[in-house]
Design a protein around this ligand. Structure first.
Ligand SMILES: CC(C)(COP(=O)(O)OP(=O)(O)OC[C@H]1O[C@@H](n2cnc3c(N)ncnc32)[C@H](O)[C@@H]1OP(=O)(O)O)[C@@H](O)C(=O)NCCC(=O)NCCS
Length: 178
């Protein structure tokens, strides 16, 4: 497939409020509830990019930097960083805002992978991503390395074929010295 779509075309922003039912015993947002919102916002971004039904293939690199308190307003932004054959990596950023206190901080970041499927649930090709801004280019370039890492960990790729990872850890150089 030669058709390309800009990374910007997939951007989705979602806003939620943390209600009592969403919290743990410390009155902070439950991690599972946040991951549910992340899955939704990222799936919409992947749908916008592919114009297909998408399924979650993996969720990784989720960092929980700060707890999000009851009553906070949560903003989630998702954007497709890069598409491969049928899969798309989506970058998700989360901010928590205490509106009465006039405080807004970034609390989470994550990468999810979605696969576009046809009516029979079989993977189907998606358009390439065209990154435009310096941040989009950086995310696009890092996506190949992250894909190889997650596929190796999922035992879907032989570590020997993970060329991008080898270059990071200088594996070839170290092996040569042995
Ligand atoms: C994701 C799914 C469609 C992949 O199907 P498959 O038959 O394994 O297909 P393939 O081996 O051809 O892989 C298809 C793509 O998925 C990617 N993929 C598969 N497993 C992956 C994983 N764990 N992490 C990241 N990508 C993965 C492959 O890299 C491939 O990407 P590419 O086409 O861009 O190269 C299938 O495993 C599935 O339906 N899983 C359940 C999805 C679901 O129900 N999600 C909700 C979560 S509860």
């Amino acid at each position: 497939m030669t058709r390309k779509k800009t990374a910007q075309q997939s951007v989705v922003v979602m806003t939620e409020m943390v209600l009592p039912n969403d919290t743990n015993t410390l009155h902070n947002l439950m991690g599972g509830k946040l991951m549910h919102w992340m899955d939704i916002v990222a799936a919409i971004a992947a749908q916008k990019h592919s114009n297909r039904i998408v399924v979650t293939a993996s969720a990784d690199s989720i960092s929980f930097k700060h707890p999000i308190g009851l009553g906070n307003v949560v903003t989630l932004k998702a954007q497709v960083t890069r598409a491969f054959n049928s899969s798309m990596e989506v970058f998700i950023e989360v901010w928590a805002e205490d509106i009465p206190a006039n405080k807004k901080i970034q609390t989470h970041r994550a990468f999810f992978t979605f696969v576009a499927v046809d009516q029979n649930g079989r993977p189907i090709e998606v358009p390439e991503v065209l990154p435009e801004t310096p941040e989009e280019v950086e995310l696009y370039e890092g996506a190949l390395r992250r894909r190889q890492l997650r596929l190796v960990l999922a035992k879907r790729m032989d570590p020997k074929d993970a060329v991008e990872l080898k270059s990071i850890f200088n594996l070839e150089e170290k092996n040569d010295k042995k």
